[in-house]
Design a binder for this molecule. Sequence first.
Ligand code: URA
Length: 259
Amino acid sequence: MKDRPHRVDLADVIRWHLESERAFGMHELPLSGLRPVSHGEGAAAAAPTEVGRDGAHPSKTSSEPSSDPDVPAALEAIAGRIAACTACRLSESRTHAVPGQGNPRARLMFVGEAPGRDEDLQGLAFVGRSGQLLTRMIEALGLRRDDVFIANVIKCRPPENRDPAADEVQACFHFLMDQIDLVRPEVICTLGGCATNNLLGRSDPMHRMRGRVFPFRGAQVVPTYHPSYLLRRPEEKRKAWADLQVAARLLGLEVPRKS
Ligand code: URA
């Protein structure tokens, strides 16, 4: 028997697009015709779990919540070390270092690339335009920003928002590793190629990384597109929404439908 040609189901494409637009896009879109996503759907549902560059780290299992009462204090201490850090040239041009913030016991962590202008001015991660979209993405999962932990690969803004240099990432990376080891999230959503590739020690394009799940330091990494990319390419939101639903399923979250 001949193989049937691969067919794109247009109705599915439209449904995912509308659903993602409703989730963290344009809220005036109609709800009718959308159905909840069942297990087995979504880009990463059938994807293999892969081993990242450091799948072997801590002794703790991903389902075990952190019980260390000093986690908030330890995170504060890291933030203090970041604020005082002069390990790379970015310390000379920063207004504020941006350690990252959120729930010290978050089950879900988001990791971006580097602070931008607004973040540098306020000392907080993801507070500019892409931060507003990230907030909508988090809320689409039925969570609040306070429920998750949000951090970046590097903690100081690169001038003109250029890509972080390899030596800057190298100088800063240990801070993020310490944050991950303290918070011990079950799922880490990496936002964009810089975060994904640096975390997993790869150099692959995002379209090859998203739709897959990677173990890393006791967590499962779900790569997705960076909100600033989604602001430029809103048609890609449906893929990001599919990725977020994978994260939700890994966390056992019921993703609410918007009314
Ligand atoms: N982009 C990022 O990668 N991180 C931020 O904190 C803000 C914008």
